[in-house]
Design a protein around this ligand. Sequence first.
Ligand SMILES: [Zn+2]
Ligand SMILES: [Zn+2]
Ligand SMILES: [Zn+2]
Ligand SMILES: [Zn+2]
Ligand SMILES: [Zn+2]
Ligand SMILES: [Zn+2]
Ligand SMILES: [Zn+2]
Length: 1755
Amino acid sequence: MADGADRGPAAGAADGRAPAQAPERAMWCDERFDFQSTFLQWLAKHVPNIYSAEMDPLVEEQEEMVQAGILYPLECYLFGEDPDIFLEKLQQSGTSQLCGKVFKGGETTYSCRDCAVDPTCVLCIDCFQNSIHKNHRYKMHNSTGGGFCDCGDTEAWKAGPLCTKHEPGASSSPKENSECQLNEEIMEHSRRVFPSVIKYMVDMLIWEEEKELPVELTIREKADSYYCVLFNDEHHSYDHVIYSLQRALGCELGEAQLHTTAIDKEGRRAVKAGHYASCQEAKEEIKRHSENVSQRPLHVEVLHADVMAHQKFALRLGSWLNKLMSYSSDFRQIFCQICLKEEAGSENPCFISKLMLWDARLHKGARKVLHELIFSSFFMEMEYKKLFAVEFVKYYKALQKEYISDDHDRVLSVTALSVQMFTVPTLARHLIEEQNVITTITETLLEVLPEYLDKNDKFNFQGYSQDKLKRVYAVIYDLRYVLVSKPTVWTDGLRERFLEGFVSFLRILTCMQGMEEIKRQIGQHIEVDPDWEAAIAIQMQLKNILLMFQEWCACDEELLLRSYRECHKAVMRCSTNGRSREKTVFHLCGHTLESRPYRVSADPVSIHLPLSRTLAGLHVRLSKTGAISRLHEFVSPEEFQVELLVEYPLRCLVLVAQVAAEMWRRNGLSLISQVFYYQDVKCREEMYDKDIIMLQIGASLMDPNQFLLLILQRYELVDAFKKIKPTKDQDLIKQYNVLIEEMLQILIYVVGERYVPGISNVTKEDVIMREIIHLLCIEPMAHSAITKSLPENENNETGLENVIDKVATFKKPGVSGHGVYELKDECLKEFNMFFYHYTKTQHSKAEHTQKKRRKQENRDEALPPPPPPDFSPAFSNVVRLLTCDVMMHILRTLLQRAVELETHLWTEAMIQMVLHLLSLGLLEEKQQLQKSPEEEVTFDFYHKATRMGSSAMNAVNVLMLLEKLKRVPQLEAQKDTVNWILQMFDMVKRLREKSSLATVGATSGSEATKADESTQDKEKAERKRKAEAARLHRQKIMAQMSALQRNFIETHKLLYENTLETQGKDDAIMEEESITSAIDYSRIALGPKRGPSVSEKEILTCILCQEEQEVKLESAAMVLSACVQKSTALTQNRSRILELSGDTLDPLFMHPDLPCGTHTGSCGHVMHAACWQKYFEAIQLNFRQRLHVEQIFDLENGEYLCPLCKSLCNTVIPIVPLQAQKINSEDAEAVAQILSLARWLEIVTGRISGYSMKNAKGEKQNLPPFTSKGSGNSALEFHSILSFGVQSSAKYSSSIKEMLVLFATTIYRVGLKVAPNEADSRIPMMTWSTCAFTIQCIENLLETEGKPLFGSLQNRQHSGLKALVQFAAAQRTTSPQVLIQKHLIRLLGVLLPNFKGEDTPSLLEVDMFHVLVGAVLSFPSLYWEDAVDLQPSSVSSAYNHLYLFHLTTLAHIMQIVISSATESPSAHSSDNSEEAQSAQSFCREVCQYTSGCFSQDIPGWLVWDCVKKGIMPYLRCAALFFHYLLGVSPPEELLQVSEEGQFKALCSYLSLPTNLFLLFREYWDTVNPLLQRWCADPVVLTCLKWKSIAIRYPRKRNHLIELPEDYSCLLNQASQFRCPRSSDDEQKHPVLCLFCGAMLCSQNTCCQELVNGEELGACTSHALQCGAGVCMFLKIRECKVVLIEGKTRGCLYPAPYLDEYGETDPGLKRGNPLHLCQERYRKLHLLWQQHCIIEEIARSQETNQVFFGFNWQLL
Ligand SMILES: [Zn+2]
Ligand SMILES: [Zn+2]
Ligand SMILES: [Zn+2]
Ligand SMILES: [Zn+2]
Ligand SMILES: [Zn+2]
Ligand SMILES: [Zn+2]
Ligand SMILES: [Zn+2]
């Protein structure tokens, strides 16, 4: 808005008025005048006049007046010279090093994962493209608006803070100082001007009086002129506002819409002008109509016209300042100084604070101006940014409260600027240290959250408003921003302030500790599921903040210990619950536990324990830093009370166990969800993980037996481990079993999970590596799937990339799917079946995968735990749990139960866990023994496990139990594990026995196992034998398989090689002919040497009734499912406007541009016609019964899904058998003697004129006049055509005839977009046209795919084409022959001189292949006689085809020669071949007839070259056509790809001389007049003369547009995209047409188009022209491909862009760099060229019903 571009005309206007203004300008300059009052007087005089017509403003005129009347003089005064010149100079003198571009919603922003300090540091597209980060691991995202480019901010980037554009010295300016210093005079003026301007602006923006203006501005009599102004809000819907306006003002819909759009965009608008009373009335009316039960009325004000005008101008001044700011740092500094200046002795805030505080009350448009101004001034000057931040923090509380009660989006609030300040590390540190910002933010939270507090001062979010809570999140974000970068240097002040903030934060956590308690529901199910989302959502928001606080605390030992003390105090204060109860005592195994009774299953419990968890986090950091040794100085052991610390996390884990045991099922889904998130990756770090750590803290500090007794008691399992059989109740036993499993699992975790820095000596990398290993042990995974399963840190990083290559190998994706990572083999040994982050399903999947793998490798199935890392000293006591009495008791009891086969009291899972615990104990002892001398190792697991139990019941030891366990049949699967444990026992025993230190170590390990070798060997041998057997079995199966495969090939050889096979057959039939000659001519399709048709009995199976039937003329019809569609796939000219309706179209001739054809495709599935009809009626019935169900396909238009493959079809092709024809070569030779081309022409002419004479007697025929000279005797030869051989026409069964009509009508209906009409004369034309066009499409496809012409078609293409050509030949019989003749005569008009009619198009305006197909298919109609149905005999056809083909070929060569006349030789060639010579002489002829227009200088070789290349597609199409029409086998060469061989083979197959110009010589007499006619054609002459654009041959093959390799190039293009219809800068959805490359403005009302009375979106209306309704687009901002068809259908398709992990990124959610995948783009190309887009849409809609709601019409 404020860039230099719009200055031109305004400045010009100013010049025009200059004389009038000169004195006044002078007045301003006069030092004696007080600038302020003069300025205000000036404004008071002009502003109301300029903005007088608010209802219907002439925006451009207003702007002109503002420029000329106010801004221009102001600038003149300010700069002291012509503003344009001055600003130009200033611009030249260099730009700021900061980019500061403010993002609009939807703009793409870039961040660098390698260099950005945090993810909020972003670059605009220009800076990014010019920065070093382009080659780093960048991320792209769509901005929500409101941010700005951080280019140039050295604190935002670890490297490369400047792009080349903003680099100092990058500008061409010769000045050393990149920033031009303003001279003192201008500075002085600025200091005079800015205060007045700013004061006026601020005063007007916060002006509250409706009727009055400030006195300084009131200079004239106040007119009674008011506006009723409506404000925007986010509560009322668009439609509701429109409705209210229509009702209240009685205005038209259009006007109401106009108002509403403007209000939505600007934030307010005058909707009525008039006297005060009438405006007041309108205001009340609008309020009344907009109010209802659930909604407040709209915000309406009545404003005096002058107030409105001044407010408007105040905003204009704002954007003027904004522009000025970009020119000079001095301006910015002066501006900032004035904005920050506080009135001396006044309590009033400074200007900028006033505006900030008023922000929530400003309307949208005003806020935008204000925020932009802040960006362009304060944020561009680091020093002032800091001062601004200080002001911001000063009013932080007030601002946030205003925002929370406001209803506008966050991007429109001044509070959204916080991210720009808080994330700057130095600024954040300053704000913490000087402004105590952490405390300010947490106190703000504490002030806005109390409405959610319950009577215990805990949060309770029942019935909260989601919208409101989301606004509170904004404050939480701010806390995160402040903490995002950890300080490296700590001052005392910083430490104190941080600690103060931390304590304040603990107060929030105190409100969360134990919030939303739940109680188990017994008996009845709860009535309403309580709200749980809010609490969990806050937990998610806090997760990283909690982690960051812990990290900050750990920066410094003193700080850590002090914060630990504070946190510990807070936890203790919250742990009062249950203290009133008396302690009880219970005993087990001679140990006693005294505790206060509490039962999770009966008492209230909460999963929210952030205080306990923070303490656990600080505890591991104490352990990691070693500060733990000083803990007693800060928290005395008496105060510590570890039992109390453990209590709450333990309850939470028990709750999870009880939920798993289904004890809480009456508490509904809410609890299930909470438990899910408790363990989910989004929350677990600060929930579940920390609870496990707290148990580990407990285990390390408590007596192990006491600890286990506490666990047993909280799990309510004390009874389950007593001798007495607990109960007979099956449900209860099941419950117990689940609880025992859950408890054992927790014990495994407490002892075994050590991958936390501080618990053991591992690094963060080790932890991530372990997570990834365990994920990949389940299955190979995509990069994004792994990322999703890993916790993210505050910078949204998981650390995945740093370690992934160490543990996994990447496997690239194919054409679909995505790339995956596979675990490296050497990492498999790290697999721990009981990994604590596995869900139950993941656990069993991983176990299954790993066992299967071991089996395949012929190894045992034992999956023992990997040796865990050693505990760090603070936690080393945890392992004592394993050897304590209670643990032994638990293990023994469970093993005993298994051995005694008390089946209901144990489960296999339970035993697995017992075995796992045993393994952990043995591993621990082994590791300790290997490290230290035997006598120093006090860990005596072996000893404890082999000791007898204390009581009689347990009078066996664990070792003995294990031996017995091997014989338990239910535990067969665990046998390998048991064996492994037994070996370990043995090994540890040996290690213990070796008292000498020397032998302890690795060697002893191997020795220890030696004794076992004999038994092991036996097992090994057995295993080997089994493996061998399995291998043999596999081999056998493989052998069978390959035999089957061979059979398959054998059986189907016929399919592939039937040409060869039948070749032999035919040879056998034609015994009388010599074999050699048979081979010679059998591969010629035309003329007397025509080869025999290869047709064999065709027996097909109906896919519906599964019955077989032979295809015969007289049988009931069989049909092929098919889809007819319009297509522009071959068009040579996309700018051509297509007719949308074919009512008046004449489709007989196809333009050589092939703008739009009718394509017929088939999926190749065969049905009986009757079966198909029944099927179709059934779906129709089905749909009529369920009317409201939305249909995927349009039954009205005959659409259905193929019953077998579900392809979309809209008709069927009848299968007509090929009529085998064979020529008697002697006859043919004889005929050849007489039937020359000239003679043939004569006969044909005679026949036709005979007809016309005959017909002329009856009705008047519209036949072209005959100009033939030889027509005198033509009447005599009327019948002579018949003398060259006739035969009776084929007789089709009525069912075939019916299908012929049906299919032909569909082609006509779809191809022309008209209502079906079986009698329309254009039906045969459309039949020929689709036949020709489909062949051209297939030829095109084969060429682009580089496949041979014959033998490489897909099965469906082959059978579809075969059926289509045979149908097209047969269709003639269902139309009146007179009609066919009429069409034929028109077609011949192009080829023959004596048939030229008035409507015969010029040679350059027809596609010759279409003419050929039409003429060949309609020609037999000449044989029709009134009485009998006749058709040409084989010999006649052979000649007819030959001559028709030769004639069209001649015409086509002529087309090529003419169009190549404009070619200029690019290289010189001395080719003087025979062909070149012929070409040369031919050109001379042409030159004669064109009176020199055709230059004969064109070298012959060039012409020949053009012809040879240009004619190829035509020849290839003709070969396909005649092959499918006649069934004559093509030459071998056409089954391969070879350029030279192909041309010769085509010529031979089509009876052409390879020197094509010989054709002209051969037929010279006939051709001569033709040539003359063609050349005399005015179109041809213009073309030659003016070199106007004639279509070139070969035609260009269409491809999807070329896409850039790097996706950000496309985004770049999109960012420069401007909607062609509207000038505003609001967000657009640029969409790229992949057919033509047009960029469209999608999903926006501005670009909707009215087509046939319907509003269509830009894409839909473009598709009608570009793709005849079917089109393919790329939504650039979303990186998705859209396929659409017509107005109602479409689907999304993955874009062909992949990130380096082989994954697509719809919606740019992940934002990784994307690169074009050629294979996938090719696939899209084929989808188009194979005409499968419609099919793809139908398939996607069937599987993915989501898009039914989408209005494709408006895309
Ligand atoms: Zn930038
Ligand atoms: Zn830059
Ligand atoms: Zn970088
Ligand atoms: Zn059937
Ligand atoms: Zn099918
Ligand atoms: Zn297009
Ligand atoms: Zn638009």
